[in-house]
Design a protein around this ligand. Structure first.
Ligand code: PLP
Length: 453
C-alpha cells in the first residue's frame, strides 16, 4: 500500500512553477542591469519598481473600494512567516503587549513565532464560530484584560527612538479560506473586528495567503472575475476613523502561488507601518531578505506568467481535486456520520464575459475540515490516527494539533469540538490519491467500530 499523507499542506512538486522560474532566472541573470541588482543587497523594502508592480497587481485582484494599493503600502518580505516575525519584533513587546489572541483551531505553525517573540505565557485561543471568530468570546476576554489592567496600569516606558508604536493586543487569523478550517469570515465579523481593534488597540494580523486560490462552489461558473472578500486592511482603510499606523496588516505569500522554497511574500498596511517594518533588524543588515527571488516573481508578474499559472494551472487543478475530495467524502464518509464543517458560506458575485453577475459561494484554498459524530459508537480519535498509520499507511492529523499551544482553555475546547475531526488538504495529493485516501479512511472507521463492539 502506497503511503498517503493527508496532513501535509503544501503544493505537489509538479505544481511548483519550476520551468517558469528557470525561464525567469535565465532572463534576469543574462541581463547585467537586472542581475547586478538582483544579486546584490537590495533596498530594505525591496525594489521600488517591484513594489509598484505588486501594488498594481493587488489593486487588480482586490479592487479595494478605498482606492488602489500604492507602493508605499507594500513591502517585500521573505514570506508570510518572515513577515509575521518582523511584525512581532517591531510592534509588540512581551512587557507591554497584554495578549496574543489566535483564532482556534489555528494554523499551528504560526505558534513558534509567537513563542520566539516572548509570548509563551500570553497566548489565548478565541474560538472560531460559523462566521469566522466568536466576537462575544473576544469581547469578553478584552473586557477581562482591560479591567485587570485598569487597577494595575504599570505603563512600561520604552525608548522613543526604538518603539514608535506598540499594540496592546494582537489577533492572528486567516480570515479567508482558513487554515485549517477552510472557513471564510463574514463581512459583518470583519467590520466588527476592525471596530474592536480600534477601540482596544489591537493589531489584526491576517495571513491572507490563500485569497487568490479561490473559486465559486457553482461548477458552471468560472473562477475568473470573482469578487474577493475585502481584507481587514481594506476595511480599516475604508471605514471612517483610520489611524496613522492602522489596526491591521495583511501578510501575503508567493509560497502557495509559485513555490514555497522561494520564501518570498509581501505585507500590506498603512505606509507608516510598512516603513517601520523595513527597519527590522535582519532587513537592516543587508536589505530586502528575498532580493533575488523577488526579481523572479517580478518577471512572472509583469509578463502575465504568474496570472496564467494561477488561473490556468493551479486553480483548475485544485478545483478538480477539491470536487473529487468532497464527492468522495459524501460517498464514503457521510454514511458514517462524518460531515464537512463549512460554517456560514460566504456569498460572492461572479462576473461572466458579458458583464453579468451571478451570486454564488466562495470555495478554495488548500483545506477543508471534517467533523466526526459525537455518539459513543464512533471510535476514539487516536485509534483512528493509529490505525491509519499502522495498517492503512494513511497519515491523519489529530485535530488537537490545531489548539493554541500554551492555552489550557483552548486545549479543553479542542477536546469538545475540533479534536473530533481533522483537516484534509488537496494541494499535495492527486485526485485519485485523495479518493483512495477517503476510501481507506472509511475502512479505518469500520474496522475501529468493529473493535468497539
Ligand atoms: C496560514 C498560513 N500562513 C503562512 C504560511 C507559510 O507561508 P510562507 O511560506 O510564506 O512563510 C502557511 C503555509 O502553510 C499558512 O498556511
Amino acid at each position: 500500500m502506497e503511503p498517503i499523507d493527508l496532513l501535509i499542506g503544501r503544493p505537489s512538486p509538479r505544481l511548483q512553477a519550476a520551468e517558469k522560474l528557470a525561464a525567469a532566472s535565465q532572463i534576469i541573470l543574462s541581463q547585467p542591469e537586472k542581475s547586478d541588482c538582483a544579486l546584490t543587497y537590495g533596498p530594505d523594502h525591496g525594489e521600488d519598481e517591484i513594489r509598484e508592480h505588486v501594488a498594481t497587481w493587488l489593486s487588480q485582484k482586490y479592487r479595494p473600494s478605498s482606492g488602489p494599493v500604492t507602493r508605499e503600502r507594500t513591502i517585500i518580505t521573505n514570506g508570510a512567516s518572515g513577515g509575521l516575525a518582523a511584525i512581532l519584533q517591531k510592534f509588540t513587546d512581551p512587557l507591554y503587549t497584554r495578549r496574543i489572541f489566535l483564532v482556534d483551531p489555528t494554523y499551528f505553525l504560526a505558534a513558534p513565532s509567537f513563542f520566539d517573540a516572548g509570548f509563551g505565557q500570553k497566548m489565548q485561543g478565541i474560538p472560531e464560530d460559523n462566521e469566522g471568530i466568536s466576537i462575544e468570546f473576544l469581547q469578553l476576554r478584552l473586557d477581562e484584560e482591560e479591567s485587570k489592567h485598569a487597577s494595575t496600569e504599570i505603563g512600561v516606558k520604552l525608548p522613543d527612538h526604538e518603539y514608535k508604536k506598540l499594540y496592546k493586543y494582537v489577533l492572528y487569523m486567516v480570515p479567508t479560506l482558513s487554515n485549517p478550517s477552510g472557513k471564510v469570515m463574514s463581512l459583518h465579523h470583519r467590520k466588527v473586528l476592525v471596530e474592536l481593534a480600534r477601540k482596544f488597540d489591537i493589531l489584526l494580523i491576517a495571513d491572507d495567503v490563500y485569497d487568490f486560490l479561490a473559486w465559486p462552489t457553482d461548477n458552471n461558473l468560472s473562477h475568473k472575475g470573482l469578487d474577493l472578500p475585502p481584507r481587514l486592511i481594506d476595511l480599516d482603510r475604508q471605514m471612517p476613523g483610520t489611524s496613522e499606523w492602522g489596526n491591521a496588516v495583511s501578510n501575503g505569500s508567493f509560497s502557495k502561488l509559485v513555490a514555497p522554497g522561494l520564501r518570498v511574500g509581501w505585507c500590506e498596511a498603512m505606509p507608516r507601518f510598512i516603513y517601520a517594518i523595513s527597519s527590522y533588524g535582519p532587513t537592516s543588515s543587508g536589505g530586502c531578505q528575498s532580493q533575488y527571488t523577488s526579481f523572479l516573481i517580478d518577471h512572472m508578474l509583469v509578463s502575465g506568467i504568474l496570472e496564467q499559472h494561477v488561473n490556468d494551472v493551479l486553480i483548475p487543478i485544485y478545483r478538480k481535486r477539491y470536487n473529487a475530495l468532497v464527492k468522495a467524502i459524501k460517498t464514503y464518509l457521510y454514511p458514517l456520520g462524518i460531515k464537512i464543517s463549512t460554517g456560514v458560506p460566504y456569498e460572492i458575485a461572479v462576473k461572466d464575459e458579458e458583464g453579468n453577475y451571478t451570486q454564488t459561494m466562495l470555495a478554495g484554498g488548500f483545506f477543508l475540515y471534517i467533523e466526526y459524530p459525537t455518539d459513543d459508537t464512533f471510535p476514539e480519535v487516536m485509534d483512528i490516527v493509529r490505525l491509519g498509520k499502522n495498517e492503512y499507511a494513511l497519515d491523519i492529523a489529530p485535530g488537537v494539533i490545531f489548539a493554541v499551544q500554551g492555552d489550557p482553555e483552548s486545549l479543553k475546547r479542542a477536546e469538545m469540538t475540533y479534536k473530533r475531526g481533522t483537516r484534509l488538504c488537496w494541494a499535495w495529493n492527486e485526485e485519485e490519491v485523495l479518493v483512495d485516501a477517503v476510501q481507506r479512511f472509511a475502512k479505518i472507521i469500520h474496522q475501529a467500530k468493529e473493535s468497539i463492539r
